[in-house]
Design a protein around this ligand. Structure first.
Ligand SMILES: *Cc1c(COP(=O)(O)O)cnc(C)c1O
Length: 407
């Protein structure tokens, strides 16, 4: 089988021109749409006249022409039939899981996931009668042992936040198919680099706030799935996106559409620089983790999952041991070396770094943090591509030596 090529898939989809033949798509900001024949209106509400059945756009919380263009591009890129864009990555996750599970149902999730998702599964969902068992993503066999009669979903991140543990998507997919479960993968860290649907995931979610938008100026999410599932999410009576209402604004959709053409170029540069920095730190004997390093325990797994032409993502970690040491290093890197910025989030053109245990993973209780490998001094770095690589390597080498993490 020819490997999936997300950049090619993106440009093989129907090209959207703007009004008057514009090379960029038009922004369709209208909240509501005129129905030319009054008889069509009731039919739209009865579900007899979708866009696919001679109907027209109805209302922009349902479908909007500009948001639809982005959804079409995203489904092409992720290799799924259809997609729905949402106002945030969290709403993409919560609406998907609420569509798949109701009170009494059970989820099996990787224990190495985004702090907000962890809080959703561990604290909010139990209030609604939906429970979760958390499993180390490196231990695929334990996912099977955790299956209950009420289990509906297996949930994981392609590369777990922040410990960068890799989910074995083909193995989890095989398990999900065998047991009739839905495999949901959060691919926020690896757009274009890994295509979870091509590896067997049923539903692929991304926070487009990160690499996909890439400019740190928008909050956005996407759900890539079958046509049937997306229409369930948009159903007028029970659709979780339609009724909970995390709608994407068409202006945001337009901005992201304009950044998709260089997503592949950006991802390759993020990957290339993260690899160079990880190799430098590794050779210095500094406590770096990056799935692209031969020494990473799951290097061969991630190697089998990445698309040709990419390396291993733009994220790495440095374990400084203590929070104080981590703060000292980040402070030097930001305020003296001007290597990057101390900020949460990722996928920006500048390097962003934060101490996960006391920031984006602080929703996870300290005892669980140590169990899943988040040390108090773990710095998560999202490597950017500004400045020259040579200068960046010198800056981080100086700072890491100055705090005594390498001799
Ligand atoms: C940021 C992030 C989210 C949440 O996305 P928002 O756009 O901030 O709502 C979910 N998953 C991962 C892996 C993330 O990094």
């Amino acid at each position: 089988m020819k490997p999936f090529n997300p950049e090619q898939a993106l440009w093989e989809t129907r090209r959207e021109f703007g009004e008057h033949g514009g090379v960029t798509p038009s922004i369709s900001r209208s909240s509501t749409f005129t129905v030319m024949d009054p008889a069509i209106m009731p039919e739209i509400f009865q579900g007899l006249r979708g866009l696919d059945k001679g109907g027209c756009f109805l209302y922009s919380r349902h479908f909007n022409p500009t948001v639809d263009v982005l959804a079409r591009y995203m489904s092409a890129m992720e290799g799924t039939e259809f997609a729905a864009c949402t106002a945030s990555g969290m709403s993409a996750i919560s609406c998907t899981l609420l569509q798949l599970c109701r009170s009494g149902d059970h989820i099996i999730s990787s224990d190495t996931i985004y702090g907000g998702t962890h809080a959703l599964l561990r604290e909010l969902f139990p209030e609604m009668g939906i429970t979760t068992t958390f499993i180390d993503p490196m231990d695929t066999a334990s996912f099977e042992q955790a299956i209950l009669p009420s289990t509906r979903v297996i949930y994981a991140e392609t590369i777990g936040n922040p410990t960068l543990k890799v989910a074995d998507i083909p193995a989890l997919s095989k398990l999900a198919r065998k047991r009739g479960l839905t495999l949901v993968i959060d691919n926020t860290f690896m757009p274009m680099v890994v295509t979870p649907a091509a590896l067997g995931a049923d539903i692929v979610i991304s926070s487009m706030t990160k690499f996909i938008n890439g400019a740190g100026d928008a909050i956005a999410g996407v759900i890539c799935a079958s046509r049937d599932f997306i229409f369930k999410l948009m159903d007028l009576h029970t659709g979780r996106v339609m009724l909970l209402g995390p709608t994407m604004d068409p202006r945001i959709a337009y901005d992201i559409i304009q950044r998709l053409p260089h997503l592949g170029i950006r991802m390759r540069e993020h990957c290339k620089r993260a690899t160079a920095i990880a190799e430098l730190l590794h050779n210095m004997g500094a406590p770096v983790a990056y799935p692209g390093l031969q020494s990473h325990p799951q290097h061969s797994l991630i190697k089998s999952m990445v698309n040709p032409g990419y390396c291993y993502g733009g994220m790495l970690t440095i374990d400084c041991g203590t929070k104080e040491k981590a703060e000292e290093l980040m402070s030097l890197l930001q305020n003296k070396e001007r290597f990057g910025l101390i900020a949460v989030s990722l996928g920006y053109y500048d390097t962003l770094m934060s101490c996960s245990g006391s920031s984006t993973s602080s929703e996870i209780p300290p005892e669980d943090q140590s169990k899943i490998g988040i040390s108090p001094g773990l710095i998560r770095m999202a490597i950017g591509y500004t400045g020259s690589l040579e200068a960046r390597l010198e800056q981080i080498e100086r700072a890491v030596r100055a705090v005594g993490l390498a001799s």
